[in-house]
Design a protein around this ligand. Structure first.
Ligand SMILES: Cc1cc2nc3c(=O)[nH]c(=O)nc-3n(C[C@H](O)[C@H](O)[C@H](O)COP(=O)(O)O)c2cc1C
Length: 175
């Protein structure tokens, strides 16, 4: 049986939710990183991601300026990095230097790959929509990379207040 509630209350039952890391690089060469939970695939041919990124985020500014970014899927051991990337603004702060996250050069964009991520997707900006209060960034994947260890698993938001954790993956689905 369904009980009527407010959309905001119903939304609290949405977990687990994806979380990705988005990297960018400014004109001076300094890279930045942020956490994004509002993310989905937008197309598979060509592959596209759609990300909801607040216009106050430095990442939003850099994506508009450089028209490129990397979407990385964090591994289950990367919760502290995700929380830091998702709670500090990169306008003046070098979050990647603080985190000492190993990086790798991409092939198509200047934004860095996260070396220990489950996968990295190099993206070029296709379009920004704003149907509500949050800009929606559509990026087309130009190149993709996976961790050499196929057993590495993704981190998810498993509950409110940015509770992060692993999900159980069925062996026959895990590939
Ligand atoms: C788990 C998690 C998910 C987040 N999801 C989003 C999101 O979907 N969109 C957004 O704009 N901010 C999101 N944030 C907040 C940003 O990561 C945060 O504002 C960050 O400091 C922006 O960094 P920047 O200003 O360096 O770009 C999330 C934070 C966390 C911890």
């Amino acid at each position: 049986m369904q009980i009527k509630t407010t959309p905001a209350q119903a939304l609290k039952r949405r977990y687990p939710e994806q979380v990705v890391l988005v990297t960018t690089r400014n004109a001076g060469g300094r890279a930045n990183i942020m956490a994004v939970g509002w993310v989905t695939l937008a197309a598979d041919d060509p592959l596209m991601f759609l990300l909801g990124i607040d216009d106050a985020a430095y990442t939003y500014q850099l994506i508009r300026q450089t028209r490129e970014f990397v979407v990385a899927w964090p591994g289950t051991d990367m919760a502290p990095a995700v929380l830091y990337a998702g709670s500090q603004h990169g306008h003046r702060l070098d979050k990647l230097a603080h985190l000492r996250l190993p990086l790798q050069d991409g092939l198509k964009v200047r934004a860095p790959l996260i070396k220990e991520a489950v996968a990295n997707f190099e993206c070029k900006l296709v379009r920004i929509y704003q149907p509500g209060n949050c800009p929606l960034i559509v990026g087309q994947v130009l190149a993709a990379h996976v961790h050499r260890r196929a057993a590495r698993r993704r981190l998810y938001t498993v509950g409110p207040h940015h509770a992060l954790g692993a999900l159980r993956v069925h062996r026959h689905l895990s590939g």
